[in-house]
Design a protein around this ligand. Sequence first.
Ligand code: MSP
Length: 513
Amino acid sequence: MPSERFFITTPIYYVNDLPHIGHAYTTIAADVLARHHRQRGERVFFLTGTDEHGQKVQQAADRRGVPPQRHVDELVVRFRDLWQQLDISHDDFIRTTEPRHRQAVQRALQALYERGEIYKASYEGWYCLPDERFWTEKELVGGNCPECGRPVEQVSEENYFFKMGKYRDWLRAHIREHPRFILPESRRNEILGFLGRPLGDLCISRPKNRLAWGIPLPFDPEYVTYVWCDALVNYLTAPGYPDPAFTRWWPADCHLVGKDILTTHAIYWSTMLKAMELPLPVTLFAHGWWTVKGEKMSKSRGNVVDPWAVISEVGVDAFRYFLLREVPFGLDGDYSREALLQRYHSDLANDLGNLLGRLLTMVEKYQHGILAPPGEPDAAFDGPLRRLAEGLAGQARAALDEFAFHRALQAIWEVVGEANRYVERSAPWVLAKDPAQRGRLATVLFTTAAALRLVAVSLAPFLPRTAEAIWSQLGIEGSPLTATLQSAGRWEDLRPGTRVLPGRQLFPRIVEQ
Ligand code: MSP
């Protein structure tokens, strides 16, 4: 049974630098799921935002020589702008420097403190500055941070700790009992492996004299909150915590995260919630990483892919399509302009763009631009395309329930491919020469249009602009972006007699300079 509501989140992004395709990837994937669930008629809450405290942001501000608040206020604009350009349909955008968030973090920490879940202790350990994490001597790899491989420094200070370690057995059991809690399965096994070893307590504070850019601990203003304990709480802040009405949305149905931040979500966040006696999110899905020519993207290598540049070359929809079609969600992938242009020309321009273009030209030429009512269908000839198109929404839904974006897109392109073959086989240009075949011609054009209309419905969460263009060029009223599967998901919903309105070519060829 579908749940009536769907709460989906992206990570909140550090505003230490401009957003790149890695950030765009998670956000686009979350957007597709949000739009898809709206199509199902569910109430959806789609949350994204920015992580504005902590050392990384402080350092970025220092490098630019501006106060941290000014730095974050300036950079957040670029995130908002990119989401707007990418047609991201979030319902809320949270910034961790907002008063609502400061209040939520302080309430959550106070609650943990009052429950005896937090204690103060002197701590000596190895600290990785870029990752803002302490490690024990044993955890280091060759004397360096086991996560990023960079050098660590020894730090000794008094801090506050959350009693995370005592939840290890409970968490292992929870993961085992809820197979959809951590996906994909390989990641779930990794986390279980991690939990096979002893689990320490979590240092949740930073002394103010070392790092001032954070939310003060409510029970000791000499400390600020460790950035991860601050950031994770955003998922509660946005639905309204500490107002009890936050349970209108909480627990989240899905936190989408990159594989590098699964541990913090699966372990820190789960145990914090447990200690607050709050329910856990239904699913944490960890996607893979994009590399460029096999290498990690980084400023120093100069290979960071700029999403604005990609959008200006191929358009928003082609970018959205490529990211979700090229690589199964959950695996790593390699980004290249060649692969992007290849997909653009073959899947988008040739298969989909030409199908619409040909159909519209034929309706103009043979039916004066008005889609005629179909004649009697030929079950053997017209049936397969209709059946495939009618089954599409179900296929897309099943794939998206498994976070298999690429499979949903494959299913859509199977219909596109079948429609192209159908047009070829029917040869409307031959039928048009014979007045006795007028009914048959009408059936062929109508069948193709009805299939394309259903393609647009299933495509709408992925390529919103393209789906709208298909509908409007076919002369269909309303918008596939606001239609639900119930209101517009049937074959019969296409009405004959509509006037087609050929417009701009969906995907004009990109000529190499
Ligand atoms: N602020 C934390 C998240 C806190 S959530 C409570 C953070 N921010 S981040 O800006 O560094 O990264 C955010 C997301 O971008 C992560 O999910 C990460 O996996 C993703 N990506 C960053 N680079 C990426 C690629 N090259 N490829 C795919 N995703 C990548 O971590």
